[in-house]
Design a protein around this ligand. Sequence first.
Ligand code: ZN
Ligand code: ZN
Ligand code: FE
Length: 763
Amino acid sequence: MNDEAWHFKLFGIVQGVGFRPFIHRLAKKCNLSGWVNNSASGLEIWTEGEKNELKLFKEGLLRNPPPSAQIERYEITVKAPAGYTTFSINASDNNTEGYTFPPPDTGICEQCLKEFSDPKNRRYKYLMTTCAECGPRFSIIHSLPYDRESTAMKTFTLCPVCNKEYNDIQSRRYHTEAIACPVCGPRVWLVDESHNTIQQPINELLKLGKIIAIKGIGGFHLACDALNETTIWRLRSGKKRNDKPFAIMCRDLAAAKEYCQLNAAEIKLLTSSVKPIVLLQKRSKKLPYNITHGLNTIGVMLPYTALHHALFDTKLNAIVLTSANLSDDPLIVSNQAALEKLHGIADFFLFHNRVIINSCDDSVAAVIGSDAIVYRRSRGYVPVPLSMKQEHYSVLACGGDLKSTFCILTCHHAFLSQYFGDLANYENYRRYLKAVSFYKKITKTKPIIVAHDLHPGYTSTAYAQKLEDVFTVGVQHHHAHFASCIAENNISRPILGVVCDGTGYGTDGAMWGFEFMYGDYQGFERLAHLEYLALPGGDTAVANPSHTALSYLYHILGHDGLVLAKALLPRLTNNDITTLEMQLDQSLGVYNTSSCGRLFDAVAALLGLCTTVSYEGQAAMLLEAISYKNDCTPYGYELLGEHYPYQLAVNKAIKEILLDVRNGVAKEIIGGRFHATVSEIIVATVSRLSHEKECRQVALSGGVFQNRILIESVMKGLKNKGIDVFIQRKVPTNDGGLALGQALIGEEVYKRVSRSSRQGTQN
Ligand code: ZN
Ligand code: ZN
Ligand code: FE
């Protein structure tokens, strides 16, 4: 006779991670009867038996859940036993309230890898090997609960052996919804440009200098031998990608160590189940220059599927692995599109016939201090939400345009989407819209508030303003960056903020980007900013750091500055200079900017590192790469004004840089001193504002803080002054994290407006 029954409800990442088979085995071990099933809100378990055994079961469940599971919260109700004599896995129950978290894609596990390499195993060399604990998840689901019918696996009928494994409690694939084998599962095949099937081993083709399009988990990649400089040039010209660095995939950790410096935290990140691209310091000159050009870091990842492992052999250590799209186009997900769009670029195509439902780029991360920091939050991280302390209204925040992501805030969660790239590209925009519908469906959310950037020209702004029956809020770009940082760090009182960014639309119509503020979600006070620079041409200036450099020279030295520009910026023609001068004199197409990114651009141009850019942040990255990292003496600057916002003038610094350039001081030193200057400006200004505002806490955000030298020296400087520093780690500090801040600010505006309209009707 059973003592009592315990009814568990588990919330979090509890589906698609091998939880039900784990529960069945645990219940069996504890001599309990009852059932387990996936529900709309997570997992439900009914167990009955002796009280001691129930306690043991609960302990085992909470202490050692499956590796990819995350129990966010659980409920237990004690009930009278129903008289079950056995334990069973029941069909999913879709009639419960709430929503659950779709599991993220995870890299292949050790056990699957063992089977893959074991000639005696029936999954030997099976390129689509997965199990209950690893493999694609997010990228193959239509809906939840996580049943085979809701995934891209529904078209594959189980063979008798898989069926036996699925029903065998001893099997590693007991109740694994995505179970597959070489007989019944997705298959992989290689074709040439003319669709002829090829039997030659892939690593041989790679060694021969061929470019191969490979269908992965979240989209197609292009791959080639990372040591073959000629093929890399061919890949660059095919992709129309001049300078932007490529990531590489290394055969294993040992190979990664051969090309890069790795500390313990970086090894942990690189080998984690997420398997992100990790930005690492390059070791010597073992890799061809044209993989990353002038940068001293490189993005490295390890194989994350059986198919990736099969690409390597003992003679092939590393491959370039880059998303298979042309410049700013979206990821390619179908075999047909790959054949059409990559014609003339890829020599061979490695296809499989599992459909990619949710496309997803590789994630990009690095280690700062001793912890991971995520720069592109995609495969492996999404769609796991951030847990919020408070309960929230349903909000859709549309993000920015360039590194677009959106955020759905609902109940106690913020679901930040994967990365979509530039929304100005229509295909990217379509992918974004599709994903908005998907996230709304899985979270069962109908947003009542929609937040967007203030920029009137953004596609995301136009999209937000088109939506009907919602409360729409425009959010200032840098306020959103700041709010994103305080949200990630769970801060609920007003604090100081520093946002160092490319550009964002300001409340005065200027392009902001180096901002000191004080506030919270409800609002912000602009306390200081970089002195405005008049800059001709919007996008043209962003693409041409030499235009920004010339504007600084003209602003500081007048006509002498133009003469100097001619000498220092050889790429500028006389005609360019006359046109820019005319534009500046007559304020034609000129806008004011306080952008920190443009300041980096100008200095990079003055040092001759970069006069035009072909990818975002290029000039600043090249400047960082050459700069001396140890303590350097900062150049001068001034804090001007009696009232907020103070102006930070860098005229002195620019003049001193010009002097150093004339005196032939090494670029490494000038770069080091420039970084020290920006850091000093931040530390000294925050220190002053912290006294004035009586606040010892500051949040740092914005794309410029991806600069390692800068963030490390600012954090050190502020800590020395006794100021608590908050940075972004889980959420990108660049525009990929914007949507989170927008969502929380949008909600506050909505609350304020509805409060005042209630008061209005009461009066
Ligand atoms: Zn596995
Ligand atoms: Zn099978
Ligand atoms: Fe930004």
